[in-house]
Design a binder for this molecule. Structure first.
Ligand SMILES: [Zn+2]
Length: 303
């Protein structure tokens, strides 16, 4: 077992608070106006996650959908009451890359207001659904800064069929508009970036591989990793969505029964904390390793 040591940086534990019927891969099969007819399981699943975190004395960041917050205000209050960071996953889980600038602004402002009203705290962080900020919509970073967000965790620097910006910096960097972008974690191997930060890959790969990848980022890069998962990933009893394509079915359900135990192991093997404490309030990220390609959004080294 990898023992946490004083020299290894704390990693950011993040949960994207949405329900199983809201995942982007199911969008072709479940219409948005059907959401209210589906059995919601997010409340009990987040409850289990909160209990696990309390037991391990770990604080995390909950990127929460406005749509969920409106329906489960007590959930939002509980996240805050237990000392976790309340952050935004937008209102309706529409990919930022599918929205025109005005619609994107409306979505993130609506979510921020709902979350702040219910939680009674400032919402500083945002994660785009399906990591949907990339070369085609870098204007979204300006909108985030203009609407009072302090950081984003919306870029996945890999190649993937649904998202990704493989040439983007791998670690946190500050944009000229002041916004901090904290990409989810990759490991650089064989001249490419490999996903190393959770989601379906964490369920698919043997746990020892995931542990090694995160340890490598802490050890070799000297950086904090950003890990993410969803409440539905620990829910073996969630209703199965019928008629979906084989790839989406595999990605959604693979090893769901092993997830909770693996999470417990992960919490024991590394040091964890909230995004804002690690990246905004803490020592801060190291300088950006590579220039961004955005026209007006040049990153500046932090510190
Ligand atoms: Zn999401």
């Amino acid at each position: 077992m990898l023992a946490p040591t004083l020299v290894s940086p704390a990693n950011a534990l993040t949960i994207d608070v949405e329900d199983y019927f809201q995942v982007s891969a199911f969008a072709p099969y479940i219409r948005r106006d059907e959401w209210d007819t589906r059995e919601c399981r997010v409340e009990r699943n987040v409850g289990r996650i909160l209990a696990l975190l309390a037991e391990r004395e770990v604080k995390a960041t909950f990127f929460t959908l406005g749509w969920i917050a409106e329906r489960y205000p007590q959930l939002v209050r509980e996240i805050v009451a237990q000392g976790h960071e309340l952050a935004s996953h937008g209102y309706g889980h529409e990919r930022a890359s599918d929205l025109m600038p005005k619609a994107f602004r409306d979505d993130i402002v609506r979510a921020k207001h709902i979350l702040e009203d219910l939680g009674g705290v400032e919402v500083r962080g945002y994660r785009a659904p399906s990591f949907s900020i990339g070369t085609a919509n870098l204007w979204a970073f300006d909108t985030l800064a203009e609407t009072g967000h302090r950081y984003s965790s919306s870029i996945y620097p890999i190649r993937h069929d649904h998202y990704g910006m493989p040439d983007s910096p791998r670690f946190a960097y500050r944009l000229a508009n002041g916004l901090l972008e904290v990409p989810v974690t990759t490991v650089r191997m064989l001249n490419r970036n490999l996903p190393s930060s959770g989601g379906g890959y964490f369920r698919l790969l043997p746990y020892a591989v995931s542990r090694w990848l995160i340890g490598k980022v802490n050890r070799d890069d000297g950086e904090s990793a950003v890990f993410y998962f969803h409440p539905w990933e620990i829910d073996v009893e969630q209703p199965r969505v019928a008629g979906i394509d084989a790839k989406s079915r595999f990605r959604h359900y693979v090893n769901i029964g092993r997830m909770e135990r693996r999470l417990g192991q992960l919490l024991a093997d590394f040091r964890w904390g909230r995004m804002d404490r690690i990246f905004l309030d803490g020592a801060g990220p190291s300088p950006a390793p590579a220039p961004h390609t955005a026209r007006s959004l040049r990153p500046e080294a932090v510190r």
